[in-house]
Design a protein around this ligand. Structure first.
Ligand code: AP5
Length: 216
């Protein structure tokens, strides 16, 4: 049966970093809706054109865009896939629609894992994040620096600051998270599938704690 692990947590909590490490170490697939949307924007697809203005403001992209993307992904995924959802669902409507989609595709949400990180740490992580616009690798100037400053370890291209990592957009994203996404913690608590993980430490420690929570 297809198994979905939902990663919850504030912008900058480390959802993408942890999910990509776990995917690299095994057969699970990292599904980042933020990365899918950034790719759609870059390619000028209809989803990208619909999403760009919302992303630039730090707002949520309208639900139908996300539900189409996730519906297509589940339709194409192998029946025994293990999917690590980073950034979806993002509000109660998306969580309810995900339940409908998993029933349709014979899948299950196995766990919702909340990466807990204090806001001071989140701000430091977002402020120092650098990304490769070509291959998508993510670095941090202090905690996960590339081997050569400003250059991607994976493909050698120059690193950049994400468009929505400007201070005013970070503030808006944190407000949107508190208003729309944080309530999902209580939503998943009621399902009995929620696990909390202290993700404020080093990357390897967070990866190990998340792996334990996935297995428990
Ligand atoms: P998205 O890309 O999902 O952004 P986000 O949720 O704001 O999350 P981030 O990517 O900022 O943080 P992260 O937790 O993955 O942290 P990371 O691992 O990079 O979404 C972007 C936009 O797309 C949204 O604003 C919205 O507009 C739209 N969108 C996406 N999904 C949507 C949906 N479902 N519905 C509607 N709209 C949607 O880590 C951050 C930094 O910290 C990195 O530099 C990393 O190297 C470093 N770091 C990570 N972990 C550690 C650690 N343990 N120790 C030290 N450093 C660490």
């Amino acid at each position: 049966m297809m198994k979905i692990f939902v990663f919850l947590g504030a912008p900058g909590a480390g959802k993408g970093t942890v999910a990509s490490r776990i995917a690299e170490q095994g057969d699970a697939l990292h599904v980042s809706t933020g990365a899918m949307l950034r790719e759609a924007v870059k390619n000028g697809t209809p989803a990208g054109l619909a999403a760009k203005s919302y992303m630039d403001k730090g707002a949520l992209v309208p639900d139908p865009v996300l539900l189409d993307m996730i519906g297509e992904l589940l339709a194409d995924a192998p029946a025994d896939a293990e999917l690590l959802f980073d950034g979806f669902p993002r509000n109660e409507t998306q969580a309810e629609q995900l339940e409908a989609l998993v029933r349709k595709h014979g899948a299950t949400v196995a766990r919702a894992i909340c990466l807990d990180v204090p806001e001071t740490v989140v701000l430091r992580r977002l402020g120092g994040r650098r990304v490769c616009p070509v291959c998508g690798m993510v670095f941090h100037v202090e905690t996960l620096p590339p081997k050569q400053a400003g250059v991607c370890d994976g493909c050698g291209n120059p690193l950049a600051i994400r468009d929505d990592d400007k201070p005013e957009t970070i503030k808006r994203r944190l407000e949107v998270y508190a208003a729309k996404t944080e309530p999902l913690i209580a939503w998943y608590e009621k399902t009995g599938k929620l696990r909390h993980v202290d993700a404020s430490g080093e990357v390897d420690a967070s990866v190990a704690l998340v792996r334990d929570a996935m297995a428990d």
